[in-house]
Each structure stands twice: as structure tokens, then as C-alpha cells.
Design a protein around this ligand. Structure first.
Ligand SMILES: *[C@@H]1O[C@H](CO)[C@@H](O)[C@H](O)[C@H]1NC(C)=O
Ligand SMILES: *[C@@H]1O[C@H](CO)[C@@H](O)[C@H](O)[C@H]1NC(C)=O
Length: 370
């Protein structure tokens, strides 16, 4: 007692702090981050696959700070996962298929996303060799085996339980399936509302599987305003109006997705799944581009034809000089500037954007309970 009482309160406090830092030192790295889904979040997996769904030629990546060259991201610069990694204080996740993903890099997490895929296996069949959702989940399991070999079973379980997960999928189930061609097989099978119900039930199975594999904080984004992308304005829109059937699809899908996530949380007894209403933040700058500093939310920065919405973004396309003035980088994908606005809402948006809570709240909560 006598010895202890000779410590000043300040000394004890700094002693406790030092211990805390030593104890947490082994885990001082940012939480791991795992990404699943389609081209909106693909960091370059498709570059390793024989598929046409890839962003591996200039001017893709023209504003990507480290290299200013294409990486497979469907953006002029950073995409949504990159910007979330930055919020976590982490480096960007590597594509799962990258040979650089080994050793300690495995602990950063991984990006399993693949452009062209959907909730359903028959979505994006024209892209042939892409990593479909069930396969992305198998890779997640495989990844955990590799991490286990590195840090052991119990540390691996912690890493996965404490990780942040992002999943963005569903848009292609409309654009590259139901509405791909007139009288598609799926549109003959289901009227649109029943198709949406079917998608939601299949999506729920994928999310349950993600939970079973250890995910405990999962950001689930809805689809964007599918009918308002430059590609649809060019092909289906009338005088710059958004294509109504695709807008109807998004309007059916997003609220049902949110309800399904809340239901899953109730069943699991915890807030595992977070509905990120990215469609709403996207709509904000589509309905009022100037307010967000955009010159246009209709014309793509890179492309050709009406709204620069036809065909792919290639070295021969029209390229806008100032990417920051465009909400859309190519015919389908937001510009880095738009991605920043979306991630800002993910971080600190109100409940209309993030249900039941935003990412800064999650990070604060998990820091307390960790
Ligand atoms: C997709 O394919 C995999 C592998 O064949 C299968 O296990 C899975 O059930 C399929 N998913 C759907 C929704 O049909
Ligand atoms: C979202 O995040 C901000 C902090 O950036 C916080 O003040 C706000 O209350 C949060 N909103 C909700 C609904 O959690």
C-alpha cells in the first residue's frame, strides 16, 4: 500500500495508458475491411479474369492519385471502398485475385467484388468469367483460412467479427438481366414486383451466409437511380427524363431491401446490417447538381453519343476536362467527386440515409465495446 500511495495520480494514469498501449499494440492496426459486390465497388478483380467487364484502359484511373493510371476501378479516381478505407485509417483493400494479397496484407481485408455480377447467378452471363456472389462468399471463407495460417484461429475470428463489411449488388439484376433485352427470360417469368420480391429473398440468403461466415457489421447499399444514368438517358430516356421502368425497379427494390435488413437484425438480435440509402444521396445530386458543385448529372465525363452514354469509356471517347464537375464518370458509374458525397452520407448521414445508424456512430460504438 505504502509503495502504491507514493505514485501520484498522474503517474498512475500514465502507467495505465502505457499498459493500454502495450496491450493493444498487437492490434493497433485499423479494423479489417471486406468488400463484396459489383463494378461500383470492384477494385480490380476483373483484370485477372477473361471478361469484357473491365476498366483496365485509360482514361480510367486518370485521377487515381498514386498512379494516375487504370487499376480496374470503374472511376476516374477513388471509388467508394477506397474512401471508406480512408475513413477507417486503412490502406485500400486489394482485389482478392491480386498476387500482392499475401502476408500481412491479408490482415487489411480483401475486396471480392467483380464487375457485372448480380444477386442471381444468371445476371451478367454475357460477361462470362466474373466472380458471382456465391463464389465471392467462398473466397471470403478461403481468405479466412489464409489469415488463420498467419495469426491463428481465435485472432482470425476476432478480426472477422470486428471487421467492417460493405456489399453493393442488385443494380445488374435489372440492367444486365431483367431489362437487358426486351422480353428477357426473367421478365417473362415474373412481373417486376414479383421479381423484386424474388431478388430480396435471394439476397437475404446471401446476407445470412455472410453472417454465418462471421461478419458482424455490414453496410448494405441500395441501388442508385438506375433510370437516370447517362446510359439509360441515351437509350431509353425521353428528352433527358429518367427511364421510368428502371426508376420503378429502384423504387420497389430499395425500401424492401431496407425492411429485409431490419427484419434480419431483429431475428439476429443485433444491428448487424446497416441500410445505406445511397440511392437517396445519389438522387440528391441528380435532382440538384448545382447545389453539390456539379455542372451536370446527366452527361457522363467519359463516353460518346447522347449524354456520352453510349458504349464504353475508352481512350477514343470524349473526355471532360474537369472531372469534378460531373456526377457521372462513365455511362453507369459515379465520378470520384460523387463517390465522396456518397461516402460523406455513409459516414454522417441522418437516419433517412443510414438506418439504423451511420458509420461514424458504428465506429464510435465499436471502439467502446471492443
Ligand atoms: C448459384 O450457383 C451456385 C453454384 O452452382 C449455387 O450453389 C447457388 O445456389 C446458386 N444460386 C442461386 C440463387 O441460384
Ligand atoms: C451521424 O453522425 C453524426 C456525426 O458525424 C452524428 O452527429 C449524427 O447524430 C449521426 N446521425 C445518426 C442518425 O446516427
Amino acid at each position: 500500500m505504502a509503495a502504491l500511495s507514493s505514485f501520484s495520480p498522474l503517474a498512475i494514469l500514465s502507467f495505465v495508458l502505457v499498459i493500454a498501449i502495450i496491450v493493444s499494440g498487437a492490434e493497433a492496426r485499423p479494423r479489417a475491411f471486406f468488400v463484396f459486390g459489383d463494378s461500383l465497388v470492384d477494385n480490380g478483380n476483373n483484370n485477372y479474369l477473361a471478361t469484357t467487364a473491365r476498366a483496365d484502359a485509360p482514361p480510367y484511373g486518370i485521377d487515381y492519385p498514386p498512379t494516375h493510371s487504370p487499376t480496374g476501378r470503374f472511376s476516374n479516381g477513388y471509388n467508394i471502398p477506397d474512401l471508406i478505407s480512408q475513413e477507417l485509417g486503412a490502406e485500400s483493400t486489394l482485389p482478392y485475385l491480386s498476387p500482392e494479397l499475401r502476408g500481412n496484407k491479408l490482415l487489411v481485408g480483401a475486396n471480392f467484388a467483380s464487375a457485372g455480377i448480380g444477386i442471381l447467378n444468371d445476371t451478367g452471363i454475357q460477361f462470362v468469367n466474373v466472380i458471382r456472389m456465391y463464389r465471392q462468399l467462398e473466397y471470403f471463407k478461403e481468405h479466412q483460412n489464409r489469415v488463420r495460417a498467419l495469426i491463428g484461429a481465435s485472432q482470425t475470428k476476432n478480426l472477422v467479427n470486428q471487421a467492417l463489411v460493405l456489399i453493393t449488388v442488385g443494380g445488374n439484376d435489372f440492367v444486365n438481366n431483367y431489362f437487358l433485352v426486351p422480353n428477357s427470360a426473367r421478365s417473362r417469368q415474373y412481373p417486376l414486383p414479383q421479381y423484386v420480391t424474388y431478388l430480396i429473398s435471394e439476397y437475404q440468403k446471401l446476407l445470412q451466409r455472410l453472417y454465418d461466415l462471421g461478419a458482424r457489421r455490414v453496410l448494405v447499399t441500395g441501388t442508385g437511380p438506375l433510370g437516370c444514368v447517362p446510359s439509360e438517358l441515351a437509350q431509353r430516356g425521353r428528352n433527358g427524363q429518367c427511364a421510368p421502368e428502371l426508376q420503378r425497379a429502384a423504387a420497389l427494390f430499395n425500401p424492401q431491401l431496407e425492411q429485409m435488413l431490419l427484419q434480419l437484425n431483429r431475428k439476429l438480435g443485433r444491428d448487424v446490417f446497416i441500410a445505406a440509402n445511397t440511392g437517396k444521396s445519389h438522387n440528391d445530386f441528380i435532382s440538384n447538381p448545382q447545389q453539390f458543385g456539379f455542372k451536370t448529372s446527366q452527361v457522363a465525363c467519359c463516353g460518346q453519343g447522347p449524354y456520352n452514354g453510349l458504349g464504353l469509356c475508352t481512350p477514343l471517347s470524349n473526355l471532360c476536362p474537369n472531372r469534378g464537375e460531373y456526377a457521372f464518370w462513365d455511362a453507369f458509374h459515379p465520378s470520384e467527386k460523387a463517390n465522396r458525397l456518397i461516402v460523406k452520407e455513409i459516414m454522417s448521414g441522418s437516419e433517412a440515409y443510414m438506418n439504423p445508424m451511420n458509420l461514424s456512430t458504428i465506429l464510435a460504438l465499436d471502439a467502446i465495446t471492443a
